[in-house]
Design a binder for this molecule. Structure first.
Ligand SMILES: [Zn+2]
Length: 463
């Protein structure tokens, strides 16, 4: 039996390709697993989400600054962070049918959660304890081999001219936050921030995921939006609570996600240095899954980098001269994952009379195209000229699209599908009354607005 949600997910995946949001990588060469490309509307949506996050986390705050650290770092960074020895997917083989599965996924299916940063022995302990609950997804058996770890770091030969790839490999970053930790002192010394303060960063990260699943939910190349907030140890609890609230608020009030589709998930099995960890989960068509992790990481990261680098990363309070190692509250989310959530949340089918329309009910500020401009007829030069004039004026402030192909009804459907909030039609009356018809995506209501009032009209609509 195919479940209804599975159908919906398949439909959304094919929609993403058909309408230029997301393409499978290297398709003309038969595809390339677990990597995706973003098409003309996909990149606009991704940029809009990123801009919103940046505005919310950096520009709206006095206590947060941005950073863009490089994808490549000294391999010592990944030794200090524990990624070289411990950043791995734990795999186990079913002894009956020999299918290999990720142990944390087997546990998750059984309702037991394990942290991805746990060591092989930590994972095996939890795996052993819950062996009667886990099941092979293929044959249903619960007899497995021991969990074995496969390191997730992607290696490269950057700067290595020995011809031996495994000799002192350089890694593509497995997460963006290490760039934040190693620049903690640079940011402190070069800006006016004082603890408590945060550093935010958006960028690509790479993981050699063994089982990449669910379209762009889990991919080998992805984009993270990470945020580390540095605090006094005694303030960590209070700040943790604050950031949990702020991040929930972002999804509900900034991205317009329905609260019923979001929930908190508390981590019960914490990695040894973590003090508290919650995920915000979203109800994807394949179930509630992690969207964002909000963690109290104690002073683990700065302490590790102090030890391994020999640079003292502790902080001295300029008022009290008190010296301490800052604790870190982290909020980390995949940009691609938010994009998938936003599309799943907005993708709507509506009956209009005998017809059905697909409409992407995106929060207006996220729409890849904000305003579409149509001349009523393609072969009437006066209408086309007027529509072009309006398009040229509005495009300097909003992403606009000019469309004169097919009848107006078809153009509306095309714009509905990509979530364009407003369509402007220039008709014969426009030449006399100097006004146009504006049609609203959600209500489909139309109103007549004077051409010289358009900038003000849209400034209000998009404010
Ligand atoms: Zn099996």
């Amino acid at each position: 039996m195919i479940d209804k949600n599975e159908n919906r997910f398949e439909e959304i995946i094919s929609f993403c390709k058909r309408r230029g949001f997301v393409f499978p990588s290297s398709e003309i060469y038969g595809g390339f697993s677990a990597v995706y490309d973003y098409g003309p509307y996909g990149i606009e949506l991704k940029n809009a989400i990123q801009a919103k996050w940046w505005q919310n986390m950096v520009h709206n705050r006095e206590d947060v600054v941005g950073l863009d650290s490089a994808i490549f770092m000294s391999p010592k960074v990944w030794q200090a962070s524990g990624h070289v020895s411990g950043f791995s997917d734990p795999m186990a083989e079913c002894k009956k049918c020999h299918t290999r599965s990720r142990v944390d996924h087997l546990l998750e299916e059984a309702g037991v959660f394990a942290d991805e940063k746990m060591s092989e022995s930590e994972i095996n302990k939890i795996f052993d304890k819950n062996k009667d609950k886990v099941k092979c997804p293929k044959c249903g058996s619960n007899i497995f081999s021991e969990a074995k770890s496969f390191n997730l770091l992607v290696k490269s030969n950057l700067g290595n001219f020995t011809g031996d790839w495994d000799k002192e490999p350089t890694y593509l970053r497995g997460e963006t936050c290490q760039g934040i930790y190693i620049n903690f002192k640079n940011v402190l010394d070069s800006s006016r921030v004082k603890i408590p303060f945060g550093i935010a960063q958006v960028g690509k990260a790479f993981r050699n995921e063994i089982t990449a699943r669910q379209f762009i939910f889990r991919t080998r190349e992805f984009e993270q939006m990470e945020f580390q907030y540095f605090v006094k140890p005694e303030d960590a609890k209070k700040q943790y609570k604050r950031w949990k609230e702020e991040r929930w608020d972002f999804y509900v009030n900034e991205l317009g996600i329905l609260e019923k589709n979001l929930r908190w998930h508390k981590h019960e099995n914490l990695v040894f240095y973590a003090k508290e960890a919650y995920d915000i989960e979203y109800n994807f068509p394949f179930g509630f899954k992690e969207l964002e992790g909000i963690h109290n990481r104690s002073d683990y990261d700065l302490t590790q980098h102090s030890k391994h680098s020999g640079s003292d990363l502790s902080y001295t309070d300029p008022r009290t001269n008190e010296k301490f190692m800052p604790w870190v509250i982290e909020a980390s989310v995949g940009l691609n994952r938010i994009l998938l959530m936003v599309i799943c949340d907005a993708y709507t089918k509506e009956k209009i009379g005998d017809e059905e329309r697909i409409v992407l009910k995106l929060e207006k500020s996220l729409a890849p195209v904000k305003i579409a401009v149509f001349p009523l007829l393609k072969n009437k030069p006066q209408l086309v000229k007027k529509a072009k004039e309006i398009f040229d004026k509005l495009k300097t402030a909003w992403v606009c699209e000019f469309d004169d192909n097919g009848n107006v009804g078809k153009r509306y459907r095309r714009q509905d599908e990509i979530g364009t909030p407003y369509c402007i039609t220039v008709d014969f009356d426009s030449l006399d009354d100097k006004a146009v018809t504006i049609r609203d995506r959600d209500t489909m209501a139309q109103e007549r607005v004077a051409i010289d009032q358009l900038p003000e009209y849209f400034s209000q609509k998009f404010s």
